[in-house]
Design a protein around this ligand. Structure first.
Ligand SMILES: [Zn+2]
Length: 407
């Protein structure tokens, strides 16, 4: 065998080895639903029992969203990660922090908030998702309050709705943070808590939750299974499952990474929310639109995280303006933009909606783009020369598609 043919064989062997090592990842990227249309979903968490100003903020958001329509006449949708109860801080103080007391959204004090959420749902601009009974595990809160001055101060001075002010680790609901690193909660307690929050959601809104958003994105397979058994079909994720808090109180314990459309315990479907729009923290619409472009080029939906605090805090005015600008710019840049709920997105992906890519050549193009975004694979591909045929194929597929689009 000549030197040239030996080198060619070695090169081909190297390429095969790379593809073999990454075969699972590549297969998952191929199976991940590919969207032919740009889909934009704004996901806003933490709304629940609170003062009248929070109700007014939602009323204003509903009007703002309703003004923006996609080409099919559908209004912009904001999914609401609903918190169903807050600490009744006055009652807990009166009991000298010996036992937990809550105010629920379905109690009489929650009427105005419930009504605005239901009105937004009826107009098709709000989609209600389960964030949790509380934004913490109540027993962890009580234990912390007995020994931590910061938490005791929160119980003594904060309205129960201000959970953003609690220490970060305490805001995770599905892990025991009484000591760090956190420990798993007993499964029986998880199941009871899930049954309770799902029932409370149904009492509050008249329907069972189909979509769940784990607070701080810390949850476990046990939680997932309990949700699935209670009727939850979709879990919003950041692209990986973090199961606890580490020694420093940071989210950790990743036990799987996640792509859109993959299945979890009990058959739940995952969606990935990995775009962030918190105007109060300085996030700008122009920058976000560039990130949307990158997502759409990969056939992925844009699930954008934004929290209640943007629209209820001191900088609320600029947050409304930024949201308005974002929706205007996105509609102008993508005339085929689609607004829908996370639930509708997951259902469409599962049942083969018309906005999915079916054409094999187009799927191959999207798949190559996705593969090129896998960090180490990209480096190895360039080092080994595998990137050259991939790049050439991508160029041919792109030219062919553009020819079809214009012809
Ligand atoms: Zn939250």
């Amino acid at each position: 065998m000549s030197l040239v043919s030996t080198l060619v064989v070695l090169l081909l062997c190297a390429w095969c080895a790379i593809l073999l090592v990454y075969r699972r990842r590549l297969l998952r990227l191929w199976r991940e639903p590919m969207l032919a249309a740009p889909v934009l979903i704004i996901e806003s968490d933490d709304w629940g029992p609170g003062p009248a100003s929070h109700v007014a903020a939602l009323e204003r958001l509903i009007e703002l969203l309703a003004r923006h329509r996609d080409a099919w006449g559908r209004a912009a949708v904001m999914t609401i990660g609903a918190v169903l109860a807050i600490a009744d801080t006055a009652a807990i103080r009166a009991g000298e922090i010996s036992c937990y007391r809550r105010q629920r959204l379905c109690d009489s004090d929650g009427v105005a908030m419930r009504e605005v959420l239901l009105a937004g749902r009826a107009r098709g601009v709000l989609a209600l998702q389960l964030h949790g009974m509380e934004h913490y595990w109540p027993q962890s809160l009580l234990t912390a309050a007995r020994r931590d001055a910061e938490v005791r101060d929160w119980l003594e001075t904060a309205a129960g709705s201000d959970t953003e002010r609690l220490p970060s680790a305490l805001q995770s609901r599905w892990t025991d943070v009484t000591t760090l690193p956190s420990r798993p909660l007993p499964e029986a307690e998880i199941r009871a808590a899930v049954a309770e929050e799902v029932a409370c959601f149904e009492t509050s809104f008249g329907t069972r939750p189909l979509v769940a958003v784990p607070p701080t994105f810390v949850w476990t397979e046990q939680v997932e299974r309990a949700w699935a058994e209670a009727g939850v079909r979709v879990i919003i994720t950041p692209g990986r499952r973090l199961t606890g808090r580490d020694r420093a109180g940071q989210p950790g314990g990743c036990d799987r990474d996640i792509l859109n459309g993959e299945r979890g315990a009990g058959g739940v479907r995952y969606l990935v929310r990995d775009l962030y729009f918190e105007p109060a923290l300085g996030h700008r619409p122009e920058r976000l639109c560039d990130e949307l472009a990158r997502h759409f080029a990969l056939g992925r939906p844009a699930l954008i995280e934004t929290h209640r605090f943007n629209f209820t805090g001191e900088q609320a005015e600029s947050a409304y303006a930024a949201l308005e600008t974002l929706l205007e710019q996105a509609r102008a840049r993508w005339p085929g933009l689609r607004f829908m709920s996370a639930e509708a997105l997951a259902a469409g992906q599962a049942t083969g909606a018309e906005w999915l890519v079916r054409d094999r050549a187009r799927r191959l193009e999207v798949w190559l783009r996705r593969a090129a975004r896998v960090d180490r694979l990209r480096k190895l591909a360039w080092l080994s020369g595998l990137a050259l045929p991939a790049w050439a194929l991508l160029a041919v597929l792109g030219a062919w598609r553009r020819g079809e689009e214009h012809g």
